[in-house]
Design a protein around this ligand. Structure first.
Ligand code: ZN
Length: 472
């Protein structure tokens, strides 16, 4: 399969016009121009930008599910939801819950690691329980434990070593051996901590190389007290997570952080189960009830409790705040991949790596997501197997806009699990128009591609049979 004529963010994170050859879910070649045979499936991506699939190493939940639930079906729904947001790899992130709940969650996550649908689980982020009760945020204090390597090792072994990140408040490590031992097994992150600059520097010397949601639940930077934030700025071995939803951190601080350490920023969502669910909902985060209003997730006392954002929304935020696209994408692809030791498999577009690709239009809206040989189309919001597309389109050169415009009746979407979304009957209904929510331009709620090509804007729900668009 070939994707040609695209603006590609290549392995060095430079935007250039290039072709990509994909075989068996891996990138085979990425060059300025590639020869292809007549029988090859060729997708013309002229005018579109291809970036690596996003990697979210800190995400609790989405689509109503939470990683700590120990519910495989919920986890699968979460993975499918994340894929619609361009996330192709993620680390389900556990909360500070009981020992039994953590063990059950780890076992469930491990059982879902080979799933083929949805974003791929690439490990676990253990956010609790080794944190400080003084900076617990939305974590439940009932189950907070002092860092204990033996307990961590029990968790680690119970799930076959899939833990990629573990959080720790270093001042609570009374034995003082946690970081040195745990950092031999996975990345250790400073988090939910009441320590100061010196305490953070000491932890970095022992082997902490990551900072969980920088600025949040830690001491900030002041001119005579640099705090944990100052220690992260000052230590080139440490990568800092940023939640870029515009609520957790002011855009000016996000910009400043990118200027200070552009290749040490790891954008995360820290999303909880109400991500992808209608605003105004309520749901549990660990042991706490969280309410979402106006896109802000809070505990009853007003404490911010996770987020309801996703990496795609954060990418659009970052670019609108003045961060170059290349820098923003790197911070949610290659940098997180490095933080979990998977940069040789995922995180950038280079031969030999997994063909996890996100195709973006000029408004940074997702047109299609390629992942594990699946192609997820924007309008359909469902997964069509590449082989099926290959079968139908064999020998044809198709345009990515054609894929983007594939839109199917809701009944067909529901039935898609076993059926073909490309059947003639499902094509008939919406062959011309796609309905796409353009959040970057709220006034344009729905738009019609055909009307755009005529330089006219469609203001009706053209894909809704009850309100047919007069233009189409
Ligand atoms: Zn979190």
């Amino acid at each position: 399969m070939f994707l040609i004529n695209a603006n590609v963010l290549d392995g060095k994170f430079c935007l250039r016009k290039a072709d990509i050859e994909i075989e068996d879910g891996k990138i085979v070649r990425l060059e300025d121009s590639l020869p292809y045979k007549e029988e090859d499936l060729v997708v013309d991506c002229a005018g579109y930008t291809i970036v690596p699939g996003f990697v979210d190493v800190h995400v609790h939940g989405g689509a109503g599910a939470d990683s700590s639930d120990g519910d495989a079906e919920g986890l699968r729904n979460m993975a499918k939801f994340l894929l619609t947001k361009g996330v192709t790899s993620f680390c389900p992130t556990t909360m500070t819950v009981s020992d039994a709940e953590i063990l059950k969650a780890l076992e469930t996550i491990r059982s879902c690691m080979d799933d083929k649908e949805g974003a791929k689980i690439v490990g676990v982020n253990l956010e609790g329980p080794f944190i400080s009760p003084k900076k617990k945020g939305a974590q439940g204090d009932e189950f907070i434990q002092a860092p204990d390597y033996d307990v961590f090792k029990k968790y680690y072994d119970s799930c076959g070593g899939i833990i990629k990140l573990v959080d720790i408040a270093p001042e609570c490590d009374v034995r003082g051996d946690f970081v040195e031992k745990a950092s031999k097994l996975c990345t250790v992150s400073i988090a939910h901590t009441a320590t100061d600059y010196d305490g953070a520097v000491d932890a970095f010397k022992k082997g902490v190389t990551h900072a969980t949601h920088l600025y949040n639940a830690m001491s900030g930077l002041a001119h005579r007290a640099p705090g944990v934030v100052g220690a992260v700025f000052d230590n080139e071995n440490v990568c800092g997570e940023l939640i870029c939803d515009g609520i957790h951190i002011h855009p000016a601080v996000v910009r400043t952080t990118f200027k200070l350490m552009p290749e040490r920023v790891c954008v995360i969502s820290d999303a909880m189960r109400l991500s992808g669910v209608e605003d105004g909902g309520q749901g549990m985060l660990g042991v706490n009830m969280v309410t979402v209003k106006d896109g802000k997730a809070t505990l009853p006392d007003g404490t911010i409790a996770g987020s309801v954002t996703n990496l795609h929304a954060e990418l659009k935020n970052l670019v609108s705040w003045g961060i170059p696209l290349e820098t923003a994408v790197r911070a949610m692809t290659l940098t997180p991949a490095k933080e979990i030791g998977m940069e040789n498999e995922i995180g950038s577009l280079a031969p030999g790596k997994r063909a996890d690709l996100v195709v973006l239009d000029e408004n940074l809206e997702i047109v299609a997501v390629y992942h594990l040989c699946f192609c997820l189309c924007r309008a359909a919001l469902t997964a069509g197997h590449e082989d099926r597309i290959r079968e139908e389109q064999k020998g044809k050169k198709i345009c990515i806009a054609q894929i983007a415009e594939e839109s199917y009746p809701k009944t067909a979407r529901r039935a898609f699990a076993g059926g073909s979304p490309h059947s003639p009957s499902s094509r008939r209904t919406h062959s011309r128009c796609s309905r796409s929510k353009t959040t970057a331009h709220p006034r344009r709620i729905f738009r019609c591609r055909r009307s755009i090509t005529r330089s006219r804007r469609c203001n009706t729900r053209c894909s809704d049979r009850l309100h047919p668009c007069t233009v189409c």
